[in-house]
Design a binder for this molecule. Structure first.
Ligand SMILES: [Zn+2]
Length: 215
């Protein structure tokens, strides 16, 4: 009898531990975060979204390419709280960055505010991909697979996420109703991460109920 109890007990422990062990798909390498970044975020979000927004409720995932550098050099760039060439303004950042071999670094807690796309930062998690040099669609198969894994993880964790789009699809994504920008004329034309990569993501993620936009 004792043996049976022990076996059941052991089975419960095993099932619990496997059910709660979160699959480790990324490494944490957080960027600098002092009161200064919070102050700059307050200023940015008040100006552009009409509200203070240090935390987001994720409703979209926006995919990018870095266009230059390595994983490390991009991390160094995002590390600073102020824009290197425009001190006193919030630096750009994203919640995740994916290296060319598919290694994923998380740069901050997922629901923290990051400045990565005009009009959607208040509700979008950003994924940067190292590549897109000279505007070429050179992101790798390993990056595609890593983005699929990461977006599946995020969608499961935050069922509020409904949309996935590339930075270059910012115009079409206005159909989501999520776009907010209070500063007239504040806009930048983008090509990242290219239609080929977005097609790849769409093929593997649309069946999960995520909404994509025309390439
Ligand atoms: Zn971008």
């Amino acid at each position: 009898m004792k043996k049976i109890f022990f076996a059941i007990f052991a089975a419960i422990i095993f099932l619990n531990s496997s059910a709660f062990a979160e699959e480790k798909i990324f490494v944490d390498n957080f960027i600098l975060w002092t009161d200064k970044r919070d102050e700059l975020i307050d200023e940015y979000t008040l100006k552009h979204y009409g509200k203070i927004c240090r935390e987001i409720i994720p409703q979209a995932v926006v995919v990018h390419w870095t266009a230059f550098g390595t994983l490390e050099s991009n991390w160094k760039y995002f590390y600073a709280e102020e824009m290197p060439d425009d001190e006193g303004r919030l630096n750009v950042a994203s919640q995740f960055i994916v290296d060319r071999d598919g290694t994923i670094w998380r740069l901050m807690p997922e629901t923290k505010f990051a400045r990565h796309i005009i009009g959607y930062n208040h509700c979008a998690i950003g994924i940067e991909n190292v590549g897109g040099y000279d505007g070429r669609e050179d992101l790798t198969e390993a990056q595609l697979a890593a983005n699929v894994r990461l977006i599946k993880y995020l969608h499961e964790k935050y069922p509020t996420i409904k949309y996935v789009f590339g930075h270059y699809q910012q115009g079409k994504a206005r159909a989501s109703g999520l776009f907010i920008e209070n500063v007239p004329g504040y806009y930048a034309i983008k090509t990242d991460p290219g239609p080929k990569f977005m097609r790849g993501l769409r093929e593997q993620l649309e069946s999960d109920g995520l909404i994509f936009f025309e390439e």
